[in-house]
Design a protein around this ligand. Structure first.
Ligand SMILES: [Zn+2]
Ligand SMILES: [Zn+2]
Length: 270
């Protein structure tokens, strides 16, 4: 099997560059607009106005985040090359006319929901004691978020997320552009959700940035990525009057005896 080096270079370079450009582009926007431009007035925009990452932690986030995107882009580029050369058979299609617009749009939306769900379960799995202490703790050393922390993870976790995100494309026919749109959306909104800036989306399915910021404050709750539905179904959305913390595993907190008379309602994220 001969290797088509120019095509391999384009696939790897394109996939790595796409991830890095989206990550650094969106992160730089929020960094410059808020962390530089409005540094003196954090009360007006920051979810945790009295807490900022130290320069050392921020540099660590940038390097971990960039390294993971290079790794993810490398794997993606290899897959694109293998598919382009016919070494890997997938049901991915390239012409809308193959299945029609209704199928293409419905499967794009379905793919988004399924990937969001799979990533909920992957994330929840990484919140079990063993995986949290060995891998996921690297993401949770950022107890206040910053746009660059979005992909600052242990590489094993990045690969687990990527496997979950690609899996449906090997099972159900999806348009190649649909996959690109959904994966780009996930990356861009992950950066926004980690921005540390108080933001709510005009997209009705998209949780506000406080939803994931609370995950970094309270640890074992709010495992969802974009949709809050999976946390609601499994009762892992943060509840009022429950005690959470790095050592409170399980996703449902512990009863807070100080407020024993109050009902354990979900926190409302808007
Ligand atoms: Zn987590
Ligand atoms: Zn996070």
């Amino acid at each position: 099997m001969s290797i088509d080096w120019p095509l391999l270079g384009i696939c790897l370079g394109g996939a790595i560059a796409a991830g890095l450009v989206m990550y650094h582009g969106v992160a730089a926007y929020y960094h410059l607009r808020y962390y530089v431009g409005r540094r003196d007035d954090p009360q007006s925009w920051k979810i945790q106005p009295t807490r900022f990452l130290s320069p050392k932690l921020r540099r660590s986030a940038v390097w971990m985040g960039s390294g993971n995107l290079a790794l993810g882009g490398f794997v993606t580029g290899l897959l694109i090359y293998a598919i382009a050369k016919g070494h890997l058979q997938t049901p991915i299609f390239f012409q809308v006319s193959d299945y029609g617009w209704i199928y293409t749009i419905a499967t794009t939306l379905g793919y988004f929901v399924v990937v969001d769900g799979l990533n909920y379960y992957v994330h929840r799995l990484f919140h079990t004691k063993f995986l949290f202490r060995h891998f996921h703790r690297h993401h949770h050393k950022f107890t206040t978020t910053n746009p660059y922390t979005a992909t600052a993870l242990h590489p094993v976790e990045l690969l687990a997320q990527q496997t979950a995100s690609f899996l449906p494309a090997f099972i159900v026919p999806l348009h190649a552009v649909s996959i690109g749109i959904v994966l780009s959306y996930i990356l861009i909104f992950n950066v926004i959700d980690h921005s540390g800036v108080r933001l709510s989306s005009s997209l009705p399915w998209q949780g506000p940035s406080t939803y994931h910021d609370d995950h970094h404050v309270y640890f074992h709750c709010n495992f969802g990525q974009h949709l809050m539905i999976f946390d609601k179904i499994h009762g892992t959305l943060r509840r009022k009057d429950r005690r959470y913390g790095a050592e409170v595993f399980g996703g449902k907190g512990e009863p807070n005896s100080e407020h024993a008379t109050t009902r354990d309602e979900f926190v409302e994220y808007r």
